[in-house]
Unconditional design. Sequence first.
Length: 202
Amino acid sequence: MQGWIGYSEANGKHKKIIDIYNAHKPLARGYRVQYGDEWCATTVSAAFIEAGLTDIGPTECSCSKLIELHQALGQWQESDSYRPSPGDILMYDWQDSGAGDNKGAADHVGIVEKVSGSAITVIEGNKGEAVARRTMTINGRYIRGYCLPAYGSKAGNSSDNELREAKETIRKKAGLADATMDYLEAYQYGADLLKKLAKAMK
């Protein structure tokens, strides 16, 4: 989604995102998104389509339906104590009063880009009719909850040879012990991190 920052209704580039969503089959509930529709959930879904991650990130153009799909997969989190990770899908409820536990309907959605201290940076489609960043506070007002795609399972399905080669490269270039790399791999996105490190060292 970072490459889509600045796509907007004003410059018409938001249509590219909607076209990506509509080209994916099967279309959720058989509905073809129109250019004049709200397109925040469509953007999140299009990002998963482009990344080839629809097996772990269900596609939908509706925030509430997207939550239902992730709930069915056991991938919904609304605990006030939850600290999000990059890649989590943040759901908003603009009617949240800030008092008590938010149980309202979701109105908007984005993908967590990074978390620093108590600040969450989110990339969203249709934020002011454009793809843009927003900064939120962990457990802040308007956060309805998070959809948590199973990135770990995707990493586990990646090429064992590729991961093995990455570890070998890091071992030779940086001298990291196997135990250290196994420790890193156990974390969310760990396998992908090792591959990126190895690529940077070549």
